[in-house]
Ligand binder design. Structure first.
Ligand SMILES: Cc1cc2nc3c(=O)[nH]c(=O)nc-3n(C[C@H](O)[C@H](O)[C@H](O)COP(=O)(O)O)c2cc1C
Length: 361
């Protein structure tokens, strides 16, 4: 290769590198714009169909398993029907749809809380197969949790380790079903069980394949679907999607992931458990409603929260969680860690309301 060829090649490589860099910067900007736009404050002046669209936008900000957003909203006379979207199930990690219905319940409760800003009292009725109708009436007092809807997030980073304060505990105690564990031995037992269960999942080809299908390694890939788990929301660097997918086996190893999870749990001064009883679609929806209230109460209190559910995703370790936490009735449903975040994390995306609010029948 002569000097001229070397210079030409180096120049072309630099141009490609600079172009790729600017593409990445632009995608990062677009991502932030989209994550901010979906969390714009509720439009209090909205009426009619625009008001319902606003309530759906708020409901979809609820926590939901793998950010699959497996829900569908349909306007019905005097309210709205909310049902799961079976095309968005995650059959490997959630074979009996437990978390599918918990996620639905979180969206239901988030909408109920949002509706109070319009003075709407939204009363749910739930069918045995887990379809929810919210009937709207006038006369609700505004919920103090409503402003937290657009700030809540699952914060998967490290927490600063400082203990909960009495006001923190009082805020969490507003949801009496939450079992809070701050003592070191219980936290260590739950950590070990969670890390072992996660290692087993990460060694399972079917689990990895399902997880990979919901991973969005780049902002561009996250923006293309506006669902799934963007790597930045787990504290990992963004990568071109194709590169991330091909390096998945190298980057996302059971050992590295388990070590990171152990450190995250160790940085959290409190773990908390929610139990579904009965473990029916209705019971799971009720758990999701509680989960939404806890997430909003924690957010309003300045607390970060993340889900650490691997040990609840197989019956053997779930029974062990029940034993450690002295649960005698019902199914351990949601395990959380709580604390104060050491660093801010990006917010996750949501699909536009037009995709989830169906035309009335
Ligand atoms: C039922 C349920 C189970 C979840 N399980 C986990 C989990 O095991 N690990 C995790 O990191 N996040 C878990 N999450 C959090 C979701 O991934 C998160 O809510 C989703 O990505 C949207 O992000 P956001 O909560 O920041 O809005 C779970 C959420 C729900 C509702």
């Amino acid at each position: 290769m002569n000097r001229r060829t070397v210079l030409t090649t180096a120049g072309a490589t630099a141009v490609i590198g600079v172009a790729a860099y600017w593409r990445q910067v632009r995608a990062a900007d677009l991502y932030t714009t989209a994550a901010t736009a979906v969390r714009a404050p509720l439009d209090l002046a909205a009426t009619g169909p625009e008001r319902l669209a606003e309530l759906v936008r708020m409901a979809t900000l609820a926590p939901n398993s793998h950010n699959t957003q497996a829900w569908r909203f349909t306007a019905v006379p005097g309210g709205v029907e909310i049902a799961v979207d079976p095309a968005r199930r995650t059959p490997v990690v959630d074979p009996d749809d437990h978390h599918l219905f918990v996620s639905l319940g979180a969206a239901v409760e988030t909408m109920i809380i949002a509706a109070t800003a319009y003075g709407i009292a939204a009363t749910p009725s739930v069918t045995a197969d887990g379809r929810v109708t919210l009937s709207f009436a006038d006369g609700a007092a505004p919920s103090a949790l409503r402003p937290a809807i657009t700030h809540r997030q699952s914060h998967r980073g490290l927490y600063d380790g400082t203990a909960l304060t009495d006001p923190d505990r009082a805020a969490l105690a507003s949801e009496p079903a939450l079992r809070l564990f701050e003592d070191a031995p219980t936290r260590a037992s739950l950590r070990d069980l969670t890390v072992t269960a996660y290692g087993t999942q990460m060694a399972d080809a079917a689990y990895r394949a399902e997880l990979k299908s919901w991973l969005r390694f780049s902002q561009g890939a996250a923006l293309a679907t506006e669902d799934g788990l963007f790597s930045g929301c787990s504290g990992s660097p963004a990568l071109p999607q194709a590169l991330g997918e091909s390096l998945f086996g190298v980057l996302v190893t059971a050992k590295a992931q388990s070590e990171a999870l152990a450190a995250q749990i160790d940085s959290s001064p409190a773990l908390a458990l929610l139990v579904s009883d009965p473990d029916t679609p209705e019971g799971r929806i009720e758990t999701g409603r509680r989960l939404a209230r806890i997430g909003l109460s924690a957010t309003a209190q300045g607390l970060a929260m993340a889900h650490i559910n691997p040990a609840l995703e197989n019956p053997v370790s779930r029974a062990e969680v029940a034993r450690i936490c002295s649960v005698t009735l019902g199914r351990p449903s949601i395990l959380l860690r709580l604390g104060r975040a050491a660093e801010p994390m990006p917010y996750s995306l949501r699909r536009p309301t037009a995709q989830t609010l169906l035309t009335p029948r």
